[in-house]
Design a protein around this ligand. Sequence first.
Ligand code: PLP
Length: 397
Amino acid sequence: MSKKPRGRLFFANPGPTNIPDSILHAQAHHAVDFMDADFIALYNRCVDGLKRVLRTEQTLFFYTGSGHAAWEASLVNVLSQGDTILIIETGNFSESWGRMAAALGIKVQTVAADWRLGVDVDAVRAALAADTGHVIKAVCAVHNETATGMVLPIQAIRAAIDAAGHPALLLADTISSLGSIDFRFDEWGIDVAVGGSQKGLMLPTGLSFTAVSGKAMEVHKTSTLPKAYFNWTAMLTRPHKSFIGTVPTSFFYGLQEALRMIHDEEGLADVLARHTRLGEAVRRCVNHWSGNNGPQLYCNNPARYSDSVTAVLMPEGFNAEDIRKTALSRFNVSLGGGLSRLGGKVFRIGHLGDLNEPMILGTLSVVEMALKMNGVPHTPGGVDAAIAYLAEAAQGG
Ligand code: PLP
Protein backbone atom coordinates (compact mmCIF):
# COMPACT_ATOMS: atom_id res chain seq x y z
CA MET A 1 0.00 0.00 0.00
CA SER A 2 1.47 3.35 -1.00
CA LYS A 3 1.87 5.83 1.83
CA LYS A 4 -0.15 9.01 1.76
CA PRO A 5 2.03 12.13 1.91
CA ARG A 6 1.82 14.06 5.18
CA GLY A 7 0.46 17.56 5.51
CA ARG A 8 -2.82 19.06 4.51
CA LEU A 9 -4.14 18.38 1.01
CA PHE A 10 -3.14 21.31 -1.19
CA PHE A 11 -6.20 21.78 -3.31
CA ALA A 12 -5.52 23.45 -6.66
CA ASN A 13 -8.59 22.21 -8.52
CA PRO A 14 -10.72 24.72 -10.40
CA GLY A 15 -13.73 23.70 -8.37
CA PRO A 16 -14.59 22.53 -5.90
CA THR A 17 -12.14 24.86 -4.21
CA ASN A 18 -10.64 25.22 -0.73
CA ILE A 19 -13.20 25.73 1.99
CA PRO A 20 -11.89 28.14 4.65
CA ASP A 21 -12.04 26.81 8.21
CA SER A 22 -14.40 29.58 9.26
CA ILE A 23 -16.89 28.51 6.58
CA LEU A 24 -16.56 24.85 7.57
CA HIS A 25 -17.23 25.77 11.17
CA ALA A 26 -20.13 28.07 10.28
CA GLN A 27 -21.71 25.39 8.14
CA ALA A 28 -21.44 22.74 10.88
CA HIS A 29 -24.55 24.24 12.42
CA HIS A 30 -27.21 22.33 14.30
CA ALA A 31 -30.54 21.89 12.52
CA VAL A 32 -32.95 24.80 12.67
CA ASP A 33 -36.52 25.16 11.51
CA PHE A 34 -36.24 26.91 8.18
CA MET A 35 -39.31 28.95 9.14
CA ASP A 36 -37.53 30.23 12.25
CA ALA A 37 -37.56 34.05 12.23
CA ASP A 38 -33.83 34.34 12.94
CA PHE A 39 -33.06 31.95 10.11
CA ILE A 40 -35.29 33.83 7.69
CA ALA A 41 -33.50 37.06 8.61
CA LEU A 42 -30.13 35.37 7.97
CA TYR A 43 -31.45 33.95 4.69
CA ASN A 44 -32.59 37.39 3.54
CA ARG A 45 -29.19 38.86 4.39
CA CYS A 46 -27.58 36.11 2.28
CA VAL A 47 -29.85 36.94 -0.66
CA ASP A 48 -28.85 40.61 -0.41
CA GLY A 49 -25.14 39.81 -0.08
CA LEU A 50 -25.16 37.37 -2.98
CA LYS A 51 -26.96 39.91 -5.15
CA ARG A 52 -24.11 42.32 -4.40
CA VAL A 53 -21.62 39.74 -5.70
CA LEU A 54 -23.78 39.20 -8.80
CA ARG A 55 -24.15 42.98 -9.12
CA THR A 56 -27.91 42.73 -9.43
CA GLU A 57 -31.05 44.00 -7.81
CA GLN A 58 -33.23 41.47 -9.63
CA THR A 59 -34.74 38.13 -8.60
CA LEU A 60 -32.69 35.25 -7.20
CA PHE A 61 -33.77 31.59 -7.00
CA PHE A 62 -31.81 28.86 -5.18
CA TYR A 63 -31.71 25.10 -5.81
CA THR A 64 -30.39 22.27 -3.68
CA GLY A 65 -28.16 20.78 -6.35
CA SER A 66 -24.89 21.49 -8.13
CA GLY A 67 -24.47 23.83 -11.10
CA HIS A 68 -26.26 21.36 -13.36
CA ALA A 69 -29.47 22.04 -11.43
CA ALA A 70 -29.23 25.78 -12.09
CA TRP A 71 -28.38 25.07 -15.75
CA GLU A 72 -31.57 23.03 -16.05
CA ALA A 73 -33.58 25.69 -14.22
CA SER A 74 -32.28 28.36 -16.60
CA LEU A 75 -33.55 26.40 -19.60
CA VAL A 76 -36.88 24.96 -18.46
CA ASN A 77 -38.12 28.25 -17.02
CA VAL A 78 -37.78 30.41 -20.13
CA LEU A 79 -38.10 27.98 -23.04
CA SER A 80 -40.95 26.12 -24.70
CA GLN A 81 -41.25 22.94 -26.75
CA GLY A 82 -39.64 23.43 -30.16
CA ASP A 83 -37.63 26.53 -29.17
CA THR A 84 -34.12 27.03 -30.48
CA ILE A 85 -31.14 28.32 -28.47
CA LEU A 86 -27.80 29.59 -29.66
CA ILE A 87 -24.87 28.08 -27.77
CA ILE A 88 -21.58 29.91 -28.03
CA GLU A 89 -18.88 27.24 -28.17
CA THR A 90 -16.24 27.69 -25.51
CA GLY A 91 -15.30 24.14 -24.55
CA ASN A 92 -16.51 21.24 -22.45
CA PHE A 93 -19.02 23.28 -20.46
CA SER A 94 -20.73 24.97 -23.42
CA GLU A 95 -21.04 21.52 -24.98
CA SER A 96 -22.51 20.03 -21.80
CA TRP A 97 -25.06 22.84 -21.43
CA GLY A 98 -26.04 22.32 -25.08
CA ARG A 99 -26.36 18.55 -24.59
CA MET A 100 -28.62 19.14 -21.61
CA ALA A 101 -30.80 21.48 -23.71
CA ALA A 102 -31.02 18.90 -26.50
CA ALA A 103 -32.06 16.23 -23.97
CA LEU A 104 -34.86 18.57 -22.86
CA GLY A 105 -36.14 18.75 -26.43
CA ILE A 106 -34.69 22.17 -27.24
CA LYS A 107 -33.17 22.72 -30.69
CA VAL A 108 -29.53 23.72 -30.37
CA GLN A 109 -27.66 25.92 -32.82
CA THR A 110 -23.98 26.51 -32.11
CA VAL A 111 -21.59 29.32 -32.98
CA ALA A 112 -18.43 27.26 -33.44
CA ALA A 113 -15.13 28.44 -32.04
CA ASP A 114 -11.54 27.32 -31.69
CA TRP A 115 -11.16 26.32 -28.02
CA ARG A 116 -7.72 27.96 -27.84
CA LEU A 117 -8.74 31.28 -29.41
CA GLY A 118 -12.35 31.73 -28.41
CA VAL A 119 -15.33 32.81 -30.44
CA ASP A 120 -15.31 35.61 -32.97
CA VAL A 121 -18.02 37.92 -31.60
CA ASP A 122 -18.88 38.97 -35.17
CA ALA A 123 -19.92 35.38 -35.86
CA VAL A 124 -22.39 35.61 -32.96
CA ARG A 125 -23.81 38.84 -34.39
CA ALA A 126 -24.02 37.28 -37.87
CA ALA A 127 -25.84 34.17 -36.58
CA LEU A 128 -28.41 36.36 -34.87
CA ALA A 129 -28.76 38.74 -37.81
CA ALA A 130 -29.41 35.73 -40.07
CA ASP A 131 -32.26 34.65 -37.79
CA THR A 132 -34.75 37.12 -39.24
CA GLY A 133 -37.70 35.04 -38.01
CA HIS A 134 -36.39 35.26 -34.43
CA VAL A 135 -36.48 31.50 -33.99
CA ILE A 136 -33.62 31.72 -31.49
CA LYS A 137 -35.07 32.40 -28.06
CA ALA A 138 -31.91 32.47 -25.95
CA VAL A 139 -28.17 32.86 -26.33
CA CYS A 140 -26.21 30.68 -23.87
CA ALA A 141 -22.77 31.99 -22.93
CA VAL A 142 -20.32 30.39 -20.49
CA HIS A 143 -18.54 33.39 -18.99
CA ASN A 144 -15.49 31.44 -17.87
CA GLU A 145 -14.80 28.13 -19.59
CA THR A 146 -13.36 26.05 -16.76
CA ALA A 147 -12.04 23.40 -19.15
CA THR A 148 -9.81 25.72 -21.19
CA GLY A 149 -9.06 28.68 -18.92
CA MET A 150 -10.66 31.28 -21.14
CA VAL A 151 -13.20 34.03 -20.50
CA LEU A 152 -15.90 35.10 -22.89
CA PRO A 153 -16.53 38.88 -23.08
CA ILE A 154 -20.17 38.91 -22.02
CA GLN A 155 -20.55 42.64 -22.70
CA ALA A 156 -19.46 42.08 -26.30
CA ILE A 157 -22.01 39.27 -26.62
CA ARG A 158 -24.71 41.59 -25.28
CA ALA A 159 -23.59 44.22 -27.82
CA ALA A 160 -23.73 41.62 -30.62
CA ILE A 161 -27.32 40.68 -29.70
CA ASP A 162 -28.28 44.35 -29.65
CA ALA A 163 -26.45 45.12 -32.91
CA ALA A 164 -28.42 42.35 -34.60
CA GLY A 165 -31.62 43.85 -33.17
CA HIS A 166 -32.46 40.40 -31.82
CA PRO A 167 -34.88 39.86 -28.90
CA ALA A 168 -33.24 36.62 -27.61
CA LEU A 169 -32.57 36.34 -23.90
CA LEU A 170 -28.95 36.28 -22.75
CA LEU A 171 -28.20 33.35 -20.40
CA ALA A 172 -24.76 33.51 -18.77
CA ASP A 173 -23.02 30.75 -16.81
CA THR A 174 -20.97 32.41 -14.05
CA ILE A 175 -20.17 29.17 -12.21
CA SER A 176 -16.37 29.60 -12.34
CA SER A 177 -16.28 33.40 -12.61
CA LEU A 178 -18.52 34.64 -9.81
CA GLY A 179 -16.49 36.07 -6.94
CA SER A 180 -13.29 35.61 -8.98
CA ILE A 181 -13.71 37.55 -12.23
CA ASP A 182 -15.66 40.76 -12.75
CA PHE A 183 -19.31 39.90 -13.44
CA ARG A 184 -22.11 42.47 -13.62
CA PHE A 185 -25.60 41.10 -14.13
CA ASP A 186 -27.58 44.34 -14.35
CA GLU A 187 -25.01 46.54 -16.09
CA TRP A 188 -24.24 43.92 -18.75
CA GLY A 189 -27.90 43.27 -19.56
CA ILE A 190 -27.90 39.59 -18.62
CA ASP A 191 -31.30 37.88 -18.40
CA VAL A 192 -30.44 34.70 -16.50
CA ALA A 193 -27.18 34.04 -14.63
CA VAL A 194 -26.29 30.52 -13.48
CA GLY A 195 -24.10 30.20 -10.38
CA GLY A 196 -22.89 27.56 -7.95
CA SER A 197 -21.53 27.37 -4.43
CA GLN A 198 -18.26 25.46 -4.84
CA LYS A 199 -15.95 27.88 -6.63
CA GLY A 200 -15.47 31.59 -5.90
CA LEU A 201 -17.95 31.40 -3.04
CA MET A 202 -15.68 28.88 -1.24
CA LEU A 203 -18.56 26.65 -0.09
CA PRO A 204 -19.08 22.91 -0.49
CA THR A 205 -20.83 21.71 -3.67
CA GLY A 206 -24.60 21.45 -3.62
CA LEU A 207 -26.17 24.90 -3.65
CA SER A 208 -26.83 26.63 -6.96
CA PHE A 209 -28.86 29.61 -8.05
CA THR A 210 -30.10 31.72 -10.91
CA ALA A 211 -30.44 35.51 -11.07
CA VAL A 212 -33.36 36.43 -13.30
CA SER A 213 -34.18 39.70 -15.10
CA GLY A 214 -37.65 41.20 -15.41
CA LYS A 215 -37.64 40.35 -19.12
CA ALA A 216 -36.81 36.69 -18.37
CA MET A 217 -39.59 36.57 -15.74
CA GLU A 218 -42.06 37.79 -18.38
CA VAL A 219 -40.90 35.13 -20.86
CA HIS A 220 -41.12 32.54 -18.06
CA LYS A 221 -44.86 33.18 -17.66
CA THR A 222 -45.58 31.64 -21.08
CA SER A 223 -42.83 28.98 -21.21
CA THR A 224 -44.17 25.46 -21.62
CA LEU A 225 -41.24 23.12 -20.95
CA PRO A 226 -42.13 20.75 -18.07
CA LYS A 227 -40.83 21.93 -14.71
CA ALA A 228 -41.67 21.09 -11.13
CA TYR A 229 -38.83 21.46 -8.60
CA PHE A 230 -37.34 24.25 -10.72
CA ASN A 231 -40.55 26.16 -11.37
CA TRP A 232 -39.99 29.85 -10.57
CA THR A 233 -43.71 30.62 -10.35
CA ALA A 234 -44.17 27.84 -7.79
CA MET A 235 -41.09 29.06 -5.92
CA LEU A 236 -42.54 32.54 -5.56
CA THR A 237 -45.43 31.07 -3.56
CA ARG A 238 -43.03 29.52 -1.03
CA PRO A 239 -42.08 31.28 2.22
CA HIS A 240 -38.50 31.98 1.08
CA LYS A 241 -39.64 32.82 -2.49
CA SER A 242 -37.31 29.98 -3.50
CA PHE A 243 -36.83 26.27 -2.67
CA ILE A 244 -39.76 23.99 -3.35
CA GLY A 245 -38.72 21.59 -0.57
CA THR A 246 -36.73 21.78 2.67
CA VAL A 247 -34.27 24.65 2.73
CA PRO A 248 -30.65 23.41 3.18
CA THR A 249 -30.15 25.70 6.16
CA SER A 250 -26.53 24.80 6.89
CA PHE A 251 -25.49 26.17 3.49
CA PHE A 252 -26.77 29.58 4.49
CA TYR A 253 -24.67 29.68 7.67
CA GLY A 254 -21.71 28.97 5.40
CA LEU A 255 -22.83 31.48 2.78
CA GLN A 256 -23.25 34.17 5.43
CA GLU A 257 -19.62 33.66 6.43
CA ALA A 258 -18.44 33.60 2.80
CA LEU A 259 -20.21 36.87 2.10
CA ARG A 260 -18.74 38.40 5.26
CA MET A 261 -15.28 37.44 4.02
CA ILE A 262 -15.93 38.76 0.51
CA HIS A 263 -17.68 42.03 1.35
CA ASP A 264 -16.51 42.98 4.83
CA GLU A 265 -13.13 41.39 5.35
CA GLU A 266 -11.49 41.73 1.92
CA GLY A 267 -13.89 43.70 -0.28
CA LEU A 268 -15.13 42.45 -3.65
CA ALA A 269 -12.76 44.69 -5.66
CA ASP A 270 -9.76 43.32 -3.74
CA VAL A 271 -11.02 39.75 -4.12
CA LEU A 272 -11.06 40.22 -7.89
CA ALA A 273 -7.65 41.96 -7.85
CA ARG A 274 -6.19 39.00 -5.91
CA HIS A 275 -7.49 36.61 -8.56
CA THR A 276 -5.97 38.74 -11.32
CA ARG A 277 -2.62 38.78 -9.49
CA LEU A 278 -2.52 35.05 -8.80
CA GLY A 279 -3.71 34.22 -12.32
CA GLU A 280 -0.97 36.36 -13.83
CA ALA A 281 1.65 34.70 -11.60
CA VAL A 282 0.57 31.26 -12.87
CA ARG A 283 0.70 32.43 -16.49
CA ARG A 284 4.19 33.91 -16.09
CA CYS A 285 5.36 30.63 -14.63
CA VAL A 286 3.84 28.51 -17.42
CA ASN A 287 5.16 30.86 -20.10
CA HIS A 288 8.63 30.41 -18.61
CA TRP A 289 8.30 26.62 -18.61
CA SER A 290 7.21 26.73 -22.26
CA GLY A 291 10.80 27.35 -23.36
CA ASN A 292 12.66 24.20 -24.59
CA ASN A 293 9.35 22.93 -26.05
CA GLY A 294 7.85 22.77 -22.58
CA PRO A 295 4.22 22.85 -21.50
CA GLN A 296 2.36 25.96 -22.56
CA LEU A 297 -0.79 27.93 -21.85
CA TYR A 298 -3.70 26.22 -23.55
CA CYS A 299 -5.42 29.59 -24.00
CA ASN A 300 -3.85 31.28 -27.00
CA ASN A 301 -5.74 34.54 -26.65
CA PRO A 302 -4.17 36.90 -24.08
CA ALA A 303 -7.21 39.20 -24.15
CA ARG A 304 -9.27 36.31 -22.79
CA TYR A 305 -7.01 34.73 -20.18
CA SER A 306 -9.00 33.43 -17.23
CA ASP A 307 -8.07 34.70 -13.78
CA SER A 308 -9.66 31.71 -12.09
CA VAL A 309 -8.16 28.72 -13.90
CA THR A 310 -5.22 27.98 -16.18
CA ALA A 311 -5.16 24.96 -18.47
CA VAL A 312 -1.60 23.82 -19.21
CA LEU A 313 -1.02 22.00 -22.50
CA MET A 314 1.56 19.22 -22.37
CA PRO A 315 4.22 18.85 -25.06
CA GLU A 316 3.45 16.22 -27.71
CA GLY A 317 4.07 12.70 -26.41
CA PHE A 318 3.63 13.50 -22.69
CA ASN A 319 0.54 12.73 -20.65
CA ALA A 320 -0.90 15.36 -18.32
CA GLU A 321 -2.23 12.61 -16.04
CA ASP A 322 1.35 11.70 -15.10
CA ILE A 323 1.86 15.21 -13.71
CA ARG A 324 -1.41 15.02 -11.79
CA LYS A 325 -0.56 11.61 -10.38
CA THR A 326 2.92 12.67 -9.24
CA ALA A 327 1.60 15.88 -7.67
CA LEU A 328 -1.08 14.02 -5.73
CA SER A 329 0.66 10.82 -4.74
CA ARG A 330 4.05 12.33 -3.82
CA PHE A 331 3.16 15.83 -2.64
CA ASN A 332 -0.54 15.84 -1.73
CA VAL A 333 -1.33 18.49 -4.32
CA SER A 334 -4.57 18.04 -6.26
CA LEU A 335 -4.66 19.50 -9.79
CA GLY A 336 -7.55 19.48 -12.27
CA GLY A 337 -7.47 17.09 -15.21
CA GLY A 338 -8.23 17.62 -18.89
CA LEU A 339 -11.93 17.40 -19.77
CA SER A 340 -13.52 15.75 -22.82
CA ARG A 341 -11.22 16.08 -25.83
CA LEU A 342 -8.50 17.60 -23.61
CA GLY A 343 -8.20 14.44 -21.48
CA GLY A 344 -4.51 13.61 -20.98
CA LYS A 345 -3.50 16.68 -22.98
CA VAL A 346 -3.89 19.36 -20.32
CA PHE A 347 -3.86 19.63 -16.58
CA ARG A 348 -5.53 22.56 -14.89
CA ILE A 349 -4.39 24.77 -12.06
CA GLY A 350 -7.31 26.30 -10.22
CA HIS A 351 -6.52 29.74 -8.80
CA LEU A 352 -9.89 30.75 -7.46
CA GLY A 353 -11.49 31.01 -4.09
CA ASP A 354 -9.62 30.93 -0.79
CA LEU A 355 -6.08 31.19 -2.11
CA ASN A 356 -2.99 33.29 -1.50
CA GLU A 357 0.56 33.69 -2.77
CA PRO A 358 2.20 30.87 -0.75
CA MET A 359 -0.49 28.43 -1.83
CA ILE A 360 -0.01 29.32 -5.50
CA LEU A 361 3.78 29.22 -5.23
CA GLY A 362 3.61 25.86 -3.43
CA THR A 363 1.43 24.44 -6.19
CA LEU A 364 3.66 25.80 -8.96
CA SER A 365 6.75 24.40 -7.21
CA VAL A 366 5.20 20.95 -7.06
CA VAL A 367 4.23 21.11 -10.74
CA GLU A 368 7.80 22.10 -11.62
CA MET A 369 9.11 19.17 -9.56
CA ALA A 370 6.62 16.84 -11.26
CA LEU A 371 7.76 18.04 -14.72
CA LYS A 372 11.34 17.26 -13.75
CA MET A 373 10.49 13.89 -12.21
CA ASN A 374 8.52 12.84 -15.31
CA GLY A 375 11.23 13.95 -17.73
CA VAL A 376 8.95 16.52 -19.37
CA PRO A 377 10.98 19.12 -21.30
CA HIS A 378 10.68 22.66 -19.92
CA THR A 379 12.75 25.67 -18.97
CA PRO A 380 13.36 25.39 -15.20
CA GLY A 381 12.74 28.50 -13.10
CA GLY A 382 9.07 29.16 -13.85
CA VAL A 383 8.43 29.45 -10.13
CA ASP A 384 11.13 32.16 -9.91
CA ALA A 385 9.28 34.12 -12.59
CA ALA A 386 6.10 33.86 -10.52
CA ILE A 387 7.97 34.89 -7.35
CA ALA A 388 9.48 37.93 -9.10
CA TYR A 389 6.07 39.03 -10.33
CA LEU A 390 4.30 38.49 -7.01
CA ALA A 391 7.02 40.27 -5.05
CA GLU A 392 6.74 43.28 -7.35
CA ALA A 393 2.94 43.21 -7.10
CA ALA A 394 3.16 43.03 -3.28
CA GLN A 395 5.28 46.19 -3.30
CA GLY A 396 2.63 47.90 -5.38
CA GLY A 397 4.79 47.66 -8.54
N1 PLP B 1 -20.44 25.37 -15.81
C1 PLP B 1 -19.14 25.56 -15.54
C2 PLP B 1 -18.43 26.71 -16.17
C3 PLP B 1 -18.47 24.69 -14.67
O1 PLP B 1 -17.17 24.89 -14.40
C4 PLP B 1 -19.17 23.61 -14.10
C5 PLP B 1 -18.48 22.67 -13.20
O2 PLP B 1 -17.31 22.71 -13.00
C6 PLP B 1 -20.52 23.44 -14.42
C7 PLP B 1 -21.12 24.34 -15.27
C8 PLP B 1 -21.32 22.31 -13.86
O3 PLP B 1 -21.51 22.54 -12.52
P1 PLP B 1 -21.64 21.34 -11.45
O4 PLP B 1 -20.47 20.46 -11.66
O5 PLP B 1 -21.62 22.08 -10.15
O6 PLP B 1 -22.92 20.67 -11.70
